[in-house]
Structure formats: structure tokens, C-alpha cells
Design a binder for this molecule. Sequence first.
Ligand code: WTA
Length: 661
Amino acid sequence: MADTTGGIEAFYLENRSFSPPDSVKSDAWITGSEEYEQAERDWQGYWARQAGDLLDWSKEWETILEWDRPFAKWFVGGELNVSFNCVDRHVASGLGGRVAYHWVGEPGDTRTITYADLLADVERFANVLKGYGVGKGDRVAIYMPMIPELPVAMLACTRIGAVHSVVFGGFSSDALRDRINDAEAKVLVTADGGYRKGKANLLKPAVDLALAACPSITDVVVARRVGHAPSGSEERTVDMTDGRDHWWDSAMESVEASCPPEAMGSEDLLYLLYTSGTTAKPKGIMHTTGGYLTQVAFTHKYVFDLHAERDVYWCAADIGWVTGHSYIVYGPLANGATSVLYEGAPDHPDKDRWWQIVEDYKVSILYCAPTAIRACMKWGTSYPESHDLSSLRILGSVGEPINPEAWIWYQTTIGGGRCPVVDTWWQTETGAIMISPLPGATTTKPGSATFPLPGISAQVVDESGSPVSVGGGYLTIDRPWPSMLRGIYKDPERYQETYWSRFEGRYFAGDGAKLDDDGYFWLLGRVDDVMNVSGHRVSTTEVESALVDHQSVAEAAVVGASDPVTGQAIVAFVTLKSAFTPDQDHGEALRSFVADRIGKFGRPKTIIFTDDLPKTRSGKIMRRLLRDVAEGRDLGDTTTLADPGVVEEIRARASVSPTEE
Ligand code: WTA
């Protein structure tokens, strides 16, 4: 984390507590501790009330919760359809003309998609999928840039009860292939490419490479994006495989307009989303229907104090990650919100792109990652200051711990001192926000996610699993919540082992946290071998196994080192086989090798060549030491090393190795 002492300390002390002004307070849905007490008295009843108030069910549930630890079933016996809840019912209640998405393409093209437009597209695309034989329970892989066809494809799956597995468009073809094969997806929905930082990134070549080894895929739908380039840019041709590949537009033309929603069981699988853990193999996190939609709708409404009839909400994440699933697609649509959907980078064509969008669309709620805030801080206040940001009302943060300095900058420079900042802690596995202030109800402290939401029970525990009341420890959750993961696809043992075995009776999140004297939660980052790079989870093992797959690499150890902008940066210590020369070019070759294997976001920022790695007597690589080296800190006690000389050697090398600009 960035240094939080020194210059900002005085400011921090003065601004330790921030209560939103009355103008915001009077608007808020939840205004006091009564809500928390009520939820605590009868937490199952509390969630059932939310499920009933926020969603339309075609059949009521019989049992609120069946809990056979660690397996939960919520609203058992109930039936509903997600696309119906996200689209149809708003149109039916006369809101068809309301904008669902103000879409902004990076090159400057825009589209306005109303709820009625969305419904028409979702129904047609559901028929397209049906035409390829997709039915209830079948898996559909989706690999797309941030274009409106992406939420359409997701909603179309939910309409017919198919399970989507969205693979972030920045993943490599190898990563795409592995995810498709694990899910045994029948159909892949993709695009020819997308725009990012002024360039057309082609997706179809990666798709073709992946599909050479994906026997389960029978059909591929390709949306045109870069082929529809605005005038002036070059037209691109895309290889289409006869019989397998279909253009989105022609597929949509050749089907019927109407497709009735399927009634789905509350516990039917809604989607898979693969996430990194402590091994190289990504985990297919399973989310189901009723509980998931309840908690994303609840949190989206109350954490952001959403007033759908007038707010313009913008979550600047990518739909390829869980933040986009829950807070670009399902939460906002379930609540009938109007969202901005932006395709590109925050600094294209200039570093004020975001603030231009906020001004153009009068965005009132902004939700983004600390990395982005820190990057904006670095670029300077002149960019936000040259725009009218007075429409902003609520600011959210997610994905990594936000340092107080960035929190305060966000609150003052972007929020003009009037907007509450909600720092929201949650995970792919939790499905929805778990720890967060409620604007109007919670007095915030810069850098703290404050308290678990009503209905949520989280504790910080020590090594032995005993709750601590003040001080540091491990973040755990001791009772089920509606949007919790239902398991890891095809691997119930790994689910039990990864999340429920470290502390008896508790879900262990993998994060360290501390409680201050006032009971506020402060998230401290991962305590396992998972790195958090710009809010993206990357496992050290995933990068290590990519490295050792290279013919020149004998051994590799990867650590996340503190980075002032991205939170953590990937640093790889690599021992080459003797026939290879450790030099700058070789470092570059290894970096792009890893990028090809995982995706650019998994590429090490720095590679440090070393003749040996520091190991304990039992042969375990000493990561703490490597992290210290990577962060340029003094080394601690090194006596457990097999060969203490190695450390000096590594330290000397650290200053002369290829590093990204
Ligand atoms: C981290 C992203 C501190 C944490 C929604 C968690 C946070 C991991 C916060 C999940 C926050 C997320 N403060 N850390 N407000 N939000 N994290 O699965 O380490 O991509 O375990 O879900 O991000 O990352 P994931």
C-alpha cells in the first residue's frame, strides 16, 4: 500500500470521520441503526423480506434457508426468471422508455439502449441460442469487449435457463480455452474485437486459436465491433469458420422476436465465473438464481442510495469480472437503474475522459477501483477540475484496500467534499457487497470499509479462530448469506477445503483485516498467495507455472510487491537453465510468454534473474524474503535459509533487471 503517513496525516486526523451533509442524508433509504438491529434479530426473515420486496417471483419459496454447512440453499422451492426481473417487469410497468444503458464507445461513438430495446434484443438473442440447441443448464461462454451485446448475451442465457461463463476479454486464448473446457460450454459468444487505448484489439484470432482445442463448442456468435469502425478507421476482415461461426446481426435477423422467460428454481445455476486462487487452476465459482439476485439488488439499491427515477449510475469496472456482473448488469437492471457503460480506457483520448463522461451524462453515482483513483491523482487535479462534476452524489470504491490519501482525494477533488465515499468489500465468491458504509447512516473513516451490512455477520479472528474485538487477524464470515457462492464447479471438495477448513465453522475470505477501537473494519489485503494487481486477482502459482512452462526456465518464484498505483505489482524471480543467458531481451521474452499464457494483466512487471532461490531447510521458497527484496526493504532474519548467500545475490540483481516503464 501507499505510504499513509507524513503530509496527509494532519488532514487525515481532521477528516477521520465524515458524515454526509443533510442534503444527502434526507435522501437515504436506510438512516439508522434500527435497520441493523432488525436484521440481526431475524436475519433470515430480513433477507426474505428483501427477496419479496425487490424481486418478482413466479412461485413463492417454501423454505428461506437450508443450511448444511458449507452448502446453502436460499428461498428453496421459489421460482423466478432473472431476465424477467431485470427487464420485462420494468417495461410492463411503463418504464420501457427509460434508458438502461448510455453506452459510450472509446472512439466516441455512442448508443442509447432503453429497457424496451434491451427486452427486444434479449428475446431475440435467447432465440438465437435456442436455435443452436442451448437449453436449461447448458453452458455458454462469453468473451467480449464492453459493448451492449455483452449484457444482452448474459440476459438471454438467463431467459432460457442457460448458464453463462463470461471470460474477461483481456484473457489470452489459453486461458479462454481452459475455461471453456472446464465448463464444457456448447456455444461461444464473442466479437471481432474492441477498442482500448485508441487501438482495435482483435478477439477473433484468440478465439480461433482457443477453439482448436475446445471439442464441446458447436457454434460461435460474433458481434461486429471493430468491423463497424467509425469512418476514417480501417475496415477489418475476420476469419469465419463455415457452419460454426455466425455473425450476430444476421443471426438476430433470422429468429422470432418473442421468447417467453423460463421459470427457474431459486437454486438453479445462474452463472460460472472463474477466479484465481492459490493454485494454477482457476476455480469455477458457482452463483445461483434467487439469493444472488436478491443480494445484488439489495446492495445496489442501499449501498448507493439509488433513486432509479433520477440517478445516473456508472460502474467503471469490466463486465468480465464479478464487479461488472453484479454492479453493471444484475443489480442495476434489477433495480431499473440508468447506467453508463463505457468501452475503453480512462486516459483515451486524454486523461480527462472519465470526467468528460460524468459531465456529459450527469453521472450521480460513480463506482470504481482505487487503482483508477490513484492513477487520476497522479495525472493531477487539472483534469477533473476542468469539468462540471456537480452531478455526483455518491462515490464507491472496490477491489482493493483504498489508502486514506486516495480516499480523501476522491472525496474532495472528485466529490467536491459533499459526496459520501462507500468503500465496499466483497469478492467473486461473496457475489455481492458484504462490508460497506451506508450513505446517510454510517459515519465513514477514510480507508475503512466500516461495518458489515445489515444481515451480514463477519468477524476478524486470530490464528486459532477466536474472534478479536480490537486488532488484526483474518476476515471470516460465520453464517450464510443469499449471494454466497454455492461451490466450485465440479469440485465440492476444493470448495470445502479452500473456504471452510482453515477456521472451524467459518468462511475464510483469504483477507487480513483489523478492527479499530470503534469496531470499524480495515481491510489489509490478501494473506494467501494471491496478488491484487489493479483490483485483478492473479495467483502467484498461475504466473509461476506459466514461467516454468518456458523451455529456458528451471525455477520461478513470483511475489506481489507494493506498488503506488496498482496496489501490487508482479515480480518474478527466475532461475534459468544453464544453456540460457539472463539478459534484458530474455526478460522481455519471458514477460510476453506469460502474457500469452494468462493475459496482459498477468505479465510480470519485473523479472529478476537469480542463480538460486532462497529456501527453507524443508525446501519451501521464502516468499516473504523475496517480497522484501522486491520492495527494496531491509531483509529480516535470514538464518532459516539453506544458503544465506543467495539473498545478497538476489539483492544485487534486483537493481539491474528488466523493469516495465
Ligand atoms: C480485495 C472483487 C479491500 C480483497 C469485488 C478480496 C478489497 C478480493 C475490497 C476479491 C475493499 C475487494 N477493500 N480489499 N473494498 N474489495 N477487495 O474476487 O482482497 O476480484 O478478497 O472481487 O479483492 O477480488 P474479486
